[in-house]
Design a protein around this ligand. Sequence first.
Ligand code: ATP
Ligand code: MG
Length: 139
Amino acid sequence: MAGNITFTMIKPEAYQNGHAGKILDMILSKGFRLSAIKILNLTSKQAGKFYEVHRERPFYGELVGFMSSGTILAAILEKENAVEEYRKLIGSTNPANADEGTIRKAFGQSIQMNAVHGSDSDENAAIEASFFFSELERC
Ligand code: ATP
Ligand code: MG
């Protein structure tokens, strides 16, 4: 059965450009419930650990530098079939290929600065949610 949580980050460029409110509005108006939320600055070590799966990819170093370059907003979202539903709402990795109505189409600037992260599986959603939030921070 599909899980009911996913994990998201509003990435540094989108947060710095003041898009967090509008992005959260898109998320909430699609019926996701906020189960945890905070803003923070990742160290490069923490960003490197989060994106560990991409370590061998050519863009890894730049991605880690970018994700630790400024404040991000992290959140756990709840909805039936959350991972798939949220991937639909965020759109393609490259904003140039993202459909109208998606978060990346509206706010993404480039394949790297693509406004938001969304978990790609139920298993990773659980890992990512507990990387960022303790039990006490979740409701
Ligand atoms: P995310 O994991 O952030 O939700 P995604 O699952 O759509 O994005 P991944 O393949 O997991 O895409 O890549 C992780 C992140 O690495 C992307 O969101 C983007 O910021 C960056 N990235 C991916 N491909 C490239 C690339 N070719 N050049 C630069 N950055 C890239
Ligand atoms: Mg991914």
